[in-house]
Write a protein that binds this ligand. Structure first.
Ligand SMILES: O=C(O)CCC(=O)C(=O)O
Ligand SMILES: [Fe+2]
Length: 197
């Protein structure tokens, strides 16, 4: 399914594949715990974040940036093989991702409309994997404002933001907390795979 250049693969991952991913991510998050980042303006984001790969995306009072270490100073764990396999399946021919950003949305968490534009090579897509609770994903335009379209993403759905959609605004308005039984602590986990350099 394609909406405004956003390529949506509903239910790409079946339940056993989702469960295996959650196990992989549990190990990643044990090494690189989720943190609640602050925006440069000093507001707490509602989403909790961590990452795997050569780089992680972080935000604090000094700004947004990719960093080769977790805020605790440790290197990021490597991206699990099963996560790389998803990337290679939906983005054949792309360079391997250097960052797997991990977002966890608890009750009431959201992510405002934004562009992913801290990467160098915009010919490479961003691939998003949804696990756990449903999330209302909003898709807009390259420019600020204008019409947007929204779709509920479910556990196991994968979205490719490439080509014309690579720099389009997107965000998550809300989640349906408690709609999935996948995650032990509930909520929604989203992975975004990115080529950074
Ligand atoms: O949670 C999502 O579905 C989107 C996350 C996102 O856009 C981001 O991390 O840049
Ligand atoms: Fe994004």
């Amino acid at each position: 399914m394609e909406i405004g250049g956003f390529e949506i693969h509903p239910a790409l991952l079946d339940r056993p594949a989702q469960e295996a991913l959650v196990e992989d991510l549990r190990a990643v998050l044990a090494q690189a715990p989720l943190v609640q980042p602050e925006t440069p303006r000093g507001r707490k984001m509602s989403v909790r974040m961590s990452a795997a790969g050569r780089y992680g995306w972080i935000s604090d009072r000094r700004g947004y940036r990719y960093s080769d270490t977790h805020p605790a100073g440790t290197p990021w764990p490597s991206i699990p093989e099963a996560v790389l396999a998803i990337w290679r399946r939906v983005a054949p021919g792309a360079r391997d991702p250097e960052c797997c950003l991990i977002n966890w949305y608890g009750e009431g968490a959201r992510m405002g409309l934004h562009q992913d534009r801290d990467e160098t090579d915009m010919s490479q897509p961003v691939v998003s994997v949804s696990l756990g609770d449903d999330g209302l994903f909003r898709m807009g335009n390259e420019e600020r404002g204008g019409p947007t379209r929204s779709v509920w993403l479910h556990s196991g759905d994968v979205v490719v933001m490439g080509g014309a959609a690579r720099l389009r605004h997107h965000g998550v308005d809300r989640i349906r907390f408690g709609s999935s039984t996948l995650l032990p602590r509930g909520g929604r986990l989203n992975l975004t795979l990115r080529v950074v350099t």
